[in-house]
Design a binder for this molecule. Structure first.
Ligand code: MP5
Length: 214
């Protein structure tokens, strides 16, 4: 069985719990408070800004064949930062004053540590899992909302066709590189999938409860 099919079955309950988080449910139902959405936007701005470092390390370490696709990803991340700055200026939020919360900090540290220390396959697991999680979450939001909300740019970015193709590409690469892997390596990659799903869940949880440092 393909890697992605197997882990989605194995960790179905965690995946579902992440996707049915009240943040996503309330956002899809048009009843999420502006303060909670703003909190998410400020933290995800930081997440994306730091993700540029993550991809830059991957670009330095990965084989040549991945440089071109990741150059496109990096351009996509710059576009995302623009979405956040546009949103923030409408809401009068000063993004340069925002500090990462414990969970945002931990998630970004995990990404950067993996970029430096883990192999290509492990980094593909993280990437696939994080991007797939956002694609699915924002498709749910798109399905629930009418046009003309302040969230449209975010919806188009993560639920749109370009992002779908990117996630499909990650999935296909991951499945072909793990084909025929020994059980011991698969067990390690399964753990990384689960850890990434857990961080994705906690990121919504952090925003929903506005969890902060002291
Ligand atoms: C993504 C994101 C999507 N922006 N934030 C979290 C917490 N998880 C996943 O990744 P990208 O790189 O912004 O497309």
């Amino acid at each position: 069985m393909k890697f992605t099919e197997r882990v989605h079955k194995k960790y179905e309950s965690q995946w579902e719990r992440m996707l049915s988080h009240p943040f996503i449910e309330e956002l899809s139902g048009g009843r999420l408070s502006d303060e909670i959405f703003d909190f998410w936007a400020m933290q995800d701005y930081i997440f994306v800004r730091e993700a540029i470092r993550f991809f830059s390390v991957l670009m330095a370490r990965f084989p040549r064949q991945y440089q071109k696709p990741f150059q496109q990803t990096l351009a996509g991340l710059e576009h995302e930062l623009q979405l956040f700055t546009d949103y923030a200026s409408k809401r009068r939020i000063e993004l340069d004053k925002v500090e990462p919360t414990p969970i945002c900090h931990a998630y970004n540290s995990f990404l950067l540590a993996s970029a430096y220390h883990e192999d290509v396959d492990a980094n593909f697991v993280i990437l696939y899992t994080a991007e797939k999680a956002y694609h699915e979450a924002w498709k749910k939001v798109r399905a629930g909302l009418k046009k003309g909300t302040p969230y449209e740019g975010f919806i188009e970015n993560w639920a749109g066709e370009m992002f779908r193709q990117y996630v499909d590409w990650l999935e296909a690469e991951l499945n072909s590189m793990t084909d025929g892997y020994p059980a011991s390596r698969l067990a390690k990659l399964d753990e990384i999938f689960l850890l990434t799903v857990r961080y994705e869940y906690l990121f919504w949880e952090m925003a929903y409860n506005r969890l902060q440092w002291i």
